[in-house]
Design a protein around this ligand. Structure first.
Ligand code: HOZ
Length: 431
């Protein structure tokens, strides 16, 4: 498969953009080879600058739950753009989106729009600290909440992909108030609470971890966090940037029946445009400026194009059967991969939660970052390269989840599994 034009664009990009990319994982650093410069997408397919076609399981890292260039999203965008692209003043579309979010997500009584998941988690943490008057926060190893200074410890996603412990530029003092516990380890959280209980403002967690591959919560884990937080007077924050409107319409909190105090949203809520949000109990959210003293602001927050794309996406997802169809396709894909791996005799653990999936070249179980890191890196690289060559675009890192959209159909899944048969054989050759 030719990648001459992508290679040329990468060389050109490196002259004006650090590393040639605007987000590190995109550079293919951990898988090697040339990052594909994508030219267009339609449904579940994307085409690169050399004209190669791929079945896409990245979906802009989650937002494109309807697929690329969905007609209803494009219609909504055209209508919104014709009215003007940004005002820095309130608009009616923002209220429509806020009302849709409040109606959908169990814990959210009020919601504030921002532009990225990083902003959402940064703002939720500020609110938690401001509302409780406490300083410490607790996060989980391998969870990633954007590139917020205080959260760049033991982080997943690009930080894990690059294998770095944190980041220069984040003074040690900035992370001294961040406590860490292994994901799914309630005893460690209990321990932290017994030591620092009075000082912990919040626990922030991806209810289904999606930045160390895909790692679901063990039964009782989220419930236990809820109980420990309530008992200690700390707030529970669900980072549902990935899981929101993805693992159920009401996110992981609907799926698992655990209600956090605050929730971060992103990705699907913006329908493929830059939008995110944080929301929660009214008594907490009302402490945000301008009604309350906790400050947060943004010129493009609630941007009318992003609100329109988000609304059109939620509208489509609300149709009966959407989540059943999404879950069925994702399950078929993961089960197909697992069956092939078992037949070929390569150790593989596949994971599915709603419309997201993960796979580890490891016999499993994978319930923590420690276990996720044991996935066979070279097998992943071989598998990734073979899939790409065969026209299947997967996340170029083992520390990311995969995403299926409503536009992936039986033919796409069959083609993917056909490619996987050969790719797994290649991975199996690595000892
Ligand atoms: N950290 C993002 C996914 N978890 C990657 C975003 C990107 O590279 O676009």
């Amino acid at each position: 498969m030719a990648s001459r034009r992508s290679a040329g664009l990468f060389r050109r990009a490196r002259k004006s953009i650090p590393g040639g990319v605007n987000s590190p994982v995109r550079a293919f650093g951990s898988v090697g080879g040339t990052p594909r410069f994508l030219a267009r997408g339609k449904g579940c397919r994307v085409w690169d600058a050399d004209g190669n076609e791929y079945i896409d399981y990245v979906g802009s890292w989650g937002p494109l739950i309807l697929g690329h260039a969905d007609p209803s999203v494009l219609r909504a965008l055209r209508a919104a753009a014709a009215d003007g692209t940004s005002f820095g003043a309130p608009t009616e579309r923002e209220i429509d989106l806020a009302e849709a979010i409040v109606a959908a997500v169990p814990s959210i009584e009020r919601v504030r729009m921002v532009s990225s998941g990083t902003e959402a988690s940064m703002s939720a943490i500020r609110l938690a600290r401001g509302a409780t008057g406490r300083k410490r926060i607790l996060k989980f190893e391998g969870c990633y909440h954007g590139h917020v200074d205080a959260l760049l410890v033991g982080a997943g996603s690009g930080v894990a992909t690059l294998g770095i412990p944190g980041s220069p530029g984040v003074p040690e003092e900035f992370t001294q108030l961040t406590l860490q516990a292994p994901f799914n380890d309630l005893a460690a959280v209990e321990d932290a609470f017994s030591r620092w209980g009075e000082e912990i403002a919040c626990v922030i967690v991806e209810p289904v971890a999606g930045n160390m591959g895909c790692v679901p919560p063990l039964p009782g884990f989220l419930e236990g966090l809820r109980e420990l937080c309530t008992r200690a007077g700390a707030l529970l924050i669900f980072d549902e940037v990935m899981t929101g409107f993805r693992v159920a319409f009401g996110g992981a909190q609907e799926r698992y029946g655990v209600v956090p105090d605050l929730t971060c949203l992103g990705k699907v809520v913006g329908g493929g445009l830059p939008a995110a949000a944080f929301g929660g109990r009214a008594d907490l959210m009302d402490q945000m400026a301008p009604d309350g003293p906790i400050y947060q602001a943004g010129t493009l927050s609630g941007n009318p194009l992003a609100a329109a794309a988000g609304l059109a996406t939620l509208e489509r997802l609300r149709r009966p059967g959407s989540y059943e169809a999404l879950a069925k396709r994702t399950r078929q894909l993961a089960e197909g991969l697992q069956t092939l791996a078992d037949e070929i005799g390569v150790e593989l653990t596949t994971v599915v939660v709603g419309g997201m999936f993960g796979f580890f070249f490891h016999p499993g179980p994978v319930q923590s970052f420690e276990a996720a890191k044991k996935s066979h890196a070279e097998r992943f690289r071989r598998f990734f390269a073979a899939m790409l060559e065969a026209g299947v675009y997967l996340a170029p890192s083992p520390y990311e989840a995969g995403f299926v959209s409503l536009s992936h159909g039986p033919r796409d899944l069959d083609q993917t599994l056909e490619a996987a048969r050969k790719a797994l054989r290649r991975a199996a050759r690595v000892r």
